[in-house]
Design a protein around this ligand. Structure first.
Ligand code: AMP
Ligand code: MG
Length: 449
């Protein structure tokens, strides 16, 4: 029988503190794999990647024109052009173009090897061609500077430079770099296997007809999508009714198979809230003498958060693996995942920066309601006249799911008696799944143009 008093004895902590507690106990999966280049999209690098060669690795023309010796055309203009004999061409891919000796030029294309002797390329538009006695000539009508339009070896990327730090998620840009360097086998972190288990005697399979008092299991699908978007390997672990022994057995099975388990439903103070009961048991064990060994690797991290929605969100470590008890209310489940589970999955996946920074935005309309707790409202970002603005989507009850589809951020309404006004600066958590900060290593040698 549930002890009615103890279920209200949970102590709330702040959301940031809860996230830190989780992250303190999570390390990336130590297992790495090597994947073929074409299979590693969306995965995380398990090793720093350094440039094995210069890019470009030869002197490369930046445009279509003529390769010339700059000292022969330093001061010319359209009234005093310089005329050079065309001795051949260098097309992209050409390995041995003719040398540019004094008095000559070579026709050259974008990306082609700049011939020996030449140190500059002048674009077609600044030249005229003509033929005399069957010999082709070019008239240079603009002054040419040494090095003009010639990319030197290593100008884009110098050999030995850190190009993609370990932990980076592999997207189009990373794939391009790996391909450019001929890295066909890519060391990546193994994706964390994440078990999804739903609890609730009212839950129906999605194909089932509705019956009084029953609801279809929409959280299972939402969580599947959230786990996948965060780079996890989502595993369906079934749905259990509100019976503790069934929930316990299902969690045990799920934890055997997975690196982390998420449950929804049953974490609150209701009479049949099974997850709350299981977490209470664990807390009691933690406190019992002689249970230190168990307590070392299995314990409740927190079971209440000073926020809405999702205040009963709970997290524990079970034999070192994270178990998240999210609320069953769809919006609370959604928010609980984004705030607590996603950073944990990113950390498990090897991300070096698993906590996304909050952005600052300007509130588009009044938010008149004060709240004793921080609130995370589903909201939509906009750019208006160069300013990032945000609008709460309304429908903010945790049981309401219509607005989840439109949310591209969570708007933080700090606790306080008065609410907020249009034009106030607020903080938002963007819901994109990539940390947006540019890694320092990449920024340092950044593009100078
Ligand atoms: P609970 O967290 O178990 O108290 O459930 C809160 C509300 O969320 C109840 O109205 C449940 O019917 C609903 N709910 C619980 N689990 C799910 C689920 N998997 N899918 C959709 N709604 C759910
Ligand atoms: Mg329930």
């Amino acid at each position: 029988m549930i002890d009615r008093k103890s279920r209200f004895a949970r102590k709330a902590i702040k959301a940031d503190e809860a996230r830190q507690l989780i992250l303190q106990h999570i390390r990336p999966k130590p297992i790495h794999e090597e994947l073929a280049l074409e299979d590693c999209l969306g995965r995380r690098l398990a090793q720093d990647i350094y440039a094995p060669e210069d890019v470009p690795h030869f002197r490369r023309s930046g445009l279509d024109g003529y390769a010339v010796r700059s000292q022969e055309a330093l001061t010319c203009d359209h009234t005093r052009p310089v005329t050079l004999r065309i001795v051949g061409e260098s097309a992209a891919g050409c390995e041995e173009p003719p040398e540019v000796v004094p008095g000559t030029a070579v026709r050259i294309m974008t990306g082609a090897l700049v011939p020996d002797g030449a140190d500059a390329v002048i674009m077609f538009e600044q030249t005229d061609e003509f033929e005399q006695a069957g010999v082709p000539w070019v008239r240079i009508k603009h002054a040419v500077c040494p090095g003009q339009n010639v990319a030197l070896p290593g100008e884009d990327i110098s050999k030995g430079r850190l190009i993609i730090p370990s932990g980076s998620r592999i997207g189009p840009g990373q794939l391009a770099l790996l391909a450019a360097f001929g890295i066909t086998q890519v060391p990546v972190y193994s994706r964390p296997r994440v078990g999804i288990l739903t609890t609730g005697s009212e839950l129906l399979a999605v194909q089932a007809a509705l019956a009084p008092g029953k609801v279809r299991n929409s959280n299972a699908y939402m969580l599947f999508a959230q786990v996948s978007a965060a780079g996890g390997d989502a595993r369906w672990c079934g749905s259990v009714p509100d019976r503790p022994e069934e929930a316990r057995a299902a969690i045990d099975r799920a934890l055997k198979d997975c690196d982390a388990v998420i449950t929804t439903g049953g974490v609150s103070v209701g009479d049949y809230d099974v997850m709350a009961e299981l977490f209470r048991e664990l807390r009691t064990k933690q406190a019992e003498p002689g249970e230190q060994a168990l307590a070392r690797s299995s314990f409740v991290l927190f079971d209440k958060i000073a926020m809405r929605p999702g205040s009963p969100t709970t997290a524990a470590l079970i034999r070192g693996k994270p178990l998240f008890g999210l609320s069953g209310n769809p919006a609370a489940c959604f928010v609980g995942f984004e705030l607590f589970v996603k950073p944990a999955l990113l950390a498990l996946s090897g991300a070096s920066n698993p906590v996304e920074e909050l952005w600052e935005a300007v509130l588009e309309e009044d938010y008149p309601k004060g709240s004793p707790h921080d609130r995370y409202e589903r909201a939509k970002l906009n750019f208006r006249s160069g300013t990032l603005t945000v609008r709460p989507l309304g429908q903010s009850k945790s049981s309401m799911m219509l607005s989840i589809q439109h949310a591209d951020c969570l708007l933080l309404i700090p606790s306080g008696p008065r609410g907020l006004q249009q034009g106030d600066k607020v903080r938002v958590l963007p819901l994109g799944y990539e940390p947006t900060a540019i890694p320092e290593a990449v920024r340092m040698e950044g593009d100078q143009t």
